[in-house]
Design a protein around this ligand. Sequence first.
Ligand SMILES: NC(=O)c1ccc[n+]([C@@H]2O[C@H](COP(=O)([O-])OP(=O)(O)OC[C@H]3O[C@@H](n4cnc5c(N)ncnc54)[C@H](O)[C@@H]3O)[C@@H](O)[C@H]2O)c1
Length: 308
Amino acid sequence: MQHKVTVIGGGNVGATAAQRLVEREIADVCLIDVVEGMPQGKALDMMESAPVEKFGAMITGSNTYEASAGSDVVVITAGLARKPGMSRDDLLHKNTEIVGAVCREAFRHSREAIFIVVSNPLDAMCEVVKRITKLPRERVIGMAGILDSARMRWFIAEALNVSVENTHAFVLGGHGDTMVPLPRYSTVAGIPITELLPAEKVAQIVDRTRNGGAEIVNYLKTGSAYYAPSSAVVEMVDAILRDKKKILPCAVSLNGEYGYRDLFIGVPVKLGRRGAEEVIQIELTAEEKAGLKKSADAVKELCELLKV
Ligand SMILES: NC(=O)c1ccc[n+]([C@@H]2O[C@H](COP(=O)([O-])OP(=O)(O)OC[C@H]3O[C@@H](n4cnc5c(N)ncnc54)[C@H](O)[C@@H]3O)[C@@H](O)[C@H]2O)c1
């Protein structure tokens, strides 16, 4: 395999992302976790599935970072997951410590890597990685929008009884209760859902998308969603490593786009071998702008609390 991806955090999201990456032969994977033996055990277990699953990619597990050297992409999923009743923001301080430490170590061994951040609170953790690595904005990208829009796509497909493949959804903003789903850009076979569903159903879908993470947490009781989150991570890694120039909603540090600067916000981004190669700007209505501002204010507020 030509490409190498390090996944930090061998928990639910990290291990499932690693599994999808090797099974699809997108890259060789180095899985890292603080828990002794856990990443080694999971990696060996996955390698033992290779003869049956028929993949040729390699996965190794480690508790240290030497094994991660020379990675093309580093995915950070280390940290605490949200518990029922716990907001993403409660996680801020603990996960700042964890994400700060792991990105410092990973960057020491992979100076050319593109960093995909998954740990919550997402937009603030992206800022932590950016401040510590001082990487250009192309190379620190947060995963949230693909997950949020995948959830919205499923809700649309379910409501209209159509293939998920015909659906497209558009979600802007921070990854949290203030995200901004855009129904007029969310379509089925190119037709806006606002023309296909009554306004109250659209509002219901928007609401359910905003609360998509909490809905799963409430079912699971312990831990949070990981099948859809890991799929979203893999789509990003694939778009980057295969230089797909795919437009996907991701969190990037804005450079004046949408009227914001030095703030991670979810926007449509062109993902390719250089990372977040371009931010795609669209015209927003006054209401959408207000939604984005609320979201931006929430991210800004969290970032002001960061101690890095
Ligand atoms: N951005 C998103 O849309 C999104 C979606 C789902 C989950 N998340 C977040 O991703 C993170 C991981 O979620 P999960 O469900 O996999 O949690 P998890 O608890 O299953 O896994 C987290 C792993 O991180 C490891 N870890 C903790 N400190 C570490 C360190 N210093 N170095 C290396 N590993 C360390 C833990 O041992 C654990 O195995 C959480 O912060 C969660 O909130 C984000």
